[in-house]
Design a protein around this ligand. Structure first.
Ligand SMILES: Cc1ncc(COP(=O)(O)O)c(C=O)c1O
Length: 351
């Protein structure tokens, strides 16, 4: 604490990311990283990018990466906003598009960064309770608002809304921006990107951290109408005009080029998710059907906090949120098959 801090900084309650311990042999199922490494072609592109050229600033528009993303999603380059991880993209969205007199709406159980950005930028918000089975009910968002945001699939529940429900929401909510945070969409959902040409108030965010195994590179993007993108660029260029380094551009381009690797690894995660969900069900866990690379589970007899502690002592870390409504749940990222089997063995001994 310092007397030189501004009032806002005194009141901030910053986001606490899942731990990144430096212990070897730990099974790390707490931050929804991809258990498979990046494509070998991505690693080669990064190697080729390390040389004398690093003395120069990167392209402030990261045009090569935008072109690769545009081609993948079949959209125009000027419908893309790039950032240093989708967290940075989201921060700029909150600042650019959500500062209004009416409150921003998001679920009571969701990505915990949303209330923190709101606090940072002094944005009024209202949390809309998920239903008893942890679903987002779009009808609950039918009210005056300064914007709507939720992840699809939602985090930490892994529950998915259909593209039909998203479109229905866009049909009744035309006066504010709707942001669909698709950090996990590649593991089981249909992207709302197909709707951006029809709805000028829709922004879809995605990341290369999960399905493309590049969390360490920090790459994320928003897709939407050019006027929304222009606003985001104005804010970005007033903050940091070079958020994407040249190695990140090279890695991102190579990732979109290696489509086979992307398909193979995301399918492995999906197959393993379905296997581990079934196995956990057999040892007394309620498992919410997940469309993401993690599952949200509760044991019918044992406390989640106690299980998380027990797992941790035996070298497996999972995420437990000491938060209303979900304190009896664990969020478990899907690992490689052998890691998931180790998780099951350890859980069986703890139960
Ligand atoms: C729902 C959701 N959105 C966004 C992010 C941010 O991802 P990144 O900043 O790595 O792109 C995460 C990270 O876990 C997330 O769970």
């Amino acid at each position: 604490m310092s007397i030189f801090w501004s009032d806002v900084v005194h009141k901030l309650d910053p986001y606490v990311p899942g731990e990144q311990p430096k212990v070897a042999k730990l099974i790390k199922l707490n931050t929804n990283e991809n258990p498979y490494g990046p494509s070998p072609k991505v690693l080669e592109a990064i190697r080729l990018g390390t040389g004398d050229q690093l003395r120069m600033y990167p392209d402030p528009n990261a045009y090569d990466l935008k072109r690769a993303i545009a081609e993948y999603h079949q959209i125009n380059v000027n419908q893309i906003f790039l950032g240093n991880g989708s967290d940075e993209v989201l921060a700029h969205i909150f600042y650019t598009l959500f500062q209004h007199d009416t409150p921003l709406l998001f679920p009571d159980i969701t990505y915990s960064f949303y209330p923190i950005y709101s606090q940072l930028y002094k944005i009024k918000y209202e949390e809309i309770a998920l239903t008893d089975d942890f679903s987002v009910n779009i009808n609950d968002y039918w009210q005056d608002n300064g914007g709507i945001i939720f992840p699809n699939p939602n985090a930490p529940t892994g529950k998915l809304l259909s593209i039909f429900e998203i479109e229905t929401l866009l049909q009744f909510n035309t006066n504010s921006v709707v942001v669909i945070d698709e950090a996990y969409i590649d593991f089981g959902g249909k992207s709302a990107v197909t709707l951006i040409n029809q709805y000028s108030n829709l922004l879809v965010t995605q990341t290369l951290s999960k399905s493309r195994s590049l969390a360490g590179m920090r790459l994320g993007y928003a897709l939407g109408h050019i006027d929304l993108i222009e606003g985001l660029v104005r804010v970005k260029d007033s903050f940091n005009s070079y958020p994407i380094g040249s190695l990140a551009v090279a890695a991102g381009v190579a990732s979109f080029e290696d489509h086979n690797y992307f398909e193979y690894t995301r399918n492995e995660v999906i197959v393993n998710r379905d296997i581990v969900s079934k196995q956990l069900g057999e040892i007394g866990f309620e498992v919410i059907p997940s469309a993401a690379n993690f599952i949200f589970v509760r044991h019918t007899q044992r406390s989640a906090e106690e299980l998380a502690r027990g797992l941790n002592q035996l070298g497996i870390i999972v995420r437990h949120f000491a938060q209303d409504r979900i304190s009896e749940y664990l969020r478990i990222s899907i690992g490689r098959s052998e890691e998931n089997q180790q998780l099951l063995t350890v859980l069986e001994t703890l139960l």
